[in-house]
Design a protein around this ligand. Structure first.
Ligand SMILES: Nc1nc2c(ncn2[C@@H]2O[C@H](COP(=O)(O)OP(=O)(O)OP(=O)(O)O)[C@@H](O)[C@H]2O)c(=O)[nH]1
Ligand SMILES: [Mg+2]
Length: 397
């Protein structure tokens, strides 16, 4: 049973619990359990602290992670001397639960390091990014040790790699880029080791190029070190800059479909006038609207991608060929349901065999199955569109 490879959002333990609850109390008894799980996702907060010395590139990094450039609405100010000594929150434009916090570097404070730790309330952050555009300082290391004491993760980011390479070019030096990068990495690591960090990993990035140097590896590492729900939220917040990111998002959204389908199945029979089966249209409409936002197909996301990719928005919009980005009305979803109904029965057996625990909860033709089928189709269609957009944006395959 390839249960873990499809990873429905519930653990086996939870499924067994759902099953026994429904057997003793009826399906309606499981609704609050599932609703709680759905809410857990929507309410999960992720607070990411970005710190480092003045001018290191913190604000630029935060903007890039949010898919923004300095002149965009809501972007953090860059290239100016920060005057605020307070942590400044920058919520993600699509997922405001994901928040980046701009923290002044310890060195920029007029008070001693231990006061800094106190004032910055380090406990509230899920993990820390420590940025430097030159060498990491004693202060950076001191902060990392403090973070470690709190049992949290920290990541060293060496920004402005382009400047290093440009300087070599200007000096007329013949060089091999990979070798130079390795030198910078070794130098940064030995810096940090000297300052007492045992095995630091350093990510070399250029803040304006999300697909170059260690930027992709950084995002992957950040995601992989988060627990299930936080990982999902983080992944969904990433801008669609590679096909891999889209695939990761798709996998997370499949988990969501399972949950919504179970919810719909359990809330059950909301009869739909004109249709021969029951389904919760509200769940479907909300899911489609959410999915296209997570997959970067809403207008605002496309606009942001335009800026990142340096391509006109028309070029990206031309790749979006699905009515799913239009207005999602009750009538629209009904038409989709009618279209899905025919083959829903044919997938019924496959799905129900695949997840026997759920299969025994819901029958063929149920609201569970219709929701599962319709959202899967919608997700596949949106994913294909998102893939075309990212190819057009970055010319990748
Ligand atoms: N070439 C290059 N310039 C960068 C990079 N990242 C940031 N910059 C520039 O470096 C300058 C400082 O960047 P900020 O993001 O404002 O730095 P900061 O750490 O927020 O600075 P403070 O808020 O003053 O502490 C700006 O002019 C940025 O455009 C990079 O990766 N490469
Ligand atoms: Mg700044």
């Amino acid at each position: 049973m390839a249960q873990s490879s499809t990873s429905p959002f519930f653990s086996l333990e939870e499924l067994k619990n759902l099953k026994s609850t429904s057997e003793t109390g009826g399906l309606e008894k499981v609704v609050p359990l599932i609703q709680r799980k759905v809410n857990e996702l929507d309410n999960t907060e992720l607070n990411i602290a970005v710190t480092g010395e003045t001018g290191a590139g913190k604000s630029t990094f935060i903007n890039t992670m949010r898919g923004l450039r300095k002149n965009d609405k809501g972007a953090a100010k860059t290239g100016v001397k920060e005057t605020t000594m307070e942590p400044t929150p920058y919520p993600h434009p699509n997922l405001p639960n994901v928040c980046f916090w701009d923290l002044p570097g310890i060195g920029s404070m007029k008070f001693p390091a231990n006061k800094y730790m106190e004032k910055m309330k380090l406990k509230k952050y899920n993990f820390f990014i420590i940025v430097s555009d030159t060498r990491f300082t004693e202060n950076d290391a001191k902060l990392a040790k403090e973070i470690k004491q709190l049992g949290k993760n920290f990541y060293f980011v060496r920004s402005k790699i382009d400047n290093d390479l440009n300087s070599l070019k200007m000096e007329g030096v013949k060089f091999n880029t990979d070798e130079e990068l390795e030198k910078i990495r070794k130098y940064s690591v030995s810096n940090l080791k000297q300052a007492g960090i045992s095995s630091p990993s350093v990510f070399l990035i250029l803040n304006f190029k999300v697909n170059e140097f260690d930027f992709p590896a950084l995002k992957e590492t950040l995601a992989n070190n988060l627990d299930d729900i936080k990982k999902q939220v983080f992944l969904l917040s990433l801008q669609n800059t590679t096909l891999e990111i889209i695939e990761e998002k798709r996998k997370e959204l499949v988990k969501r479909i399972w949950m919504l389908a179970i919810l719909s199945g359990a809330v059950g029979a909301v009869p739909i006038p004109g249709l021969s089966f029951a389904c919760d249209i509200g769940i479907l409409m909300t899911a489609i609207i959410d999915f296209r936002k997570y997959l970067g197909l809403d207008d605002a996301s496309l606009q942001r991608l335009t800026i990142m990719a340096g391509k006109p928005v028309e070029v990206l919009k031309a790749e979006v060929k699905t009515p799913l980005v239009g207005e999602i009305s009750v009538e629209f979803v009904k038409r989709m349901l009618v279209g899905s109904a025919v083959d829903a029965i044919s997938v019924a057996e496959a799905v129900l065999n695949f997840i026997p625990v759920i299969g025994s909860l819901f029958g063929a033709g149920s609201s569970f199955l219709m929701t599962y089928k319709l959202l899967n189709d919608a997700l596949n269609e949106l994913t294909e569109n998102a893939q075309r957009v990212v190819k057009a944006a970055f010319g990748t395959d």
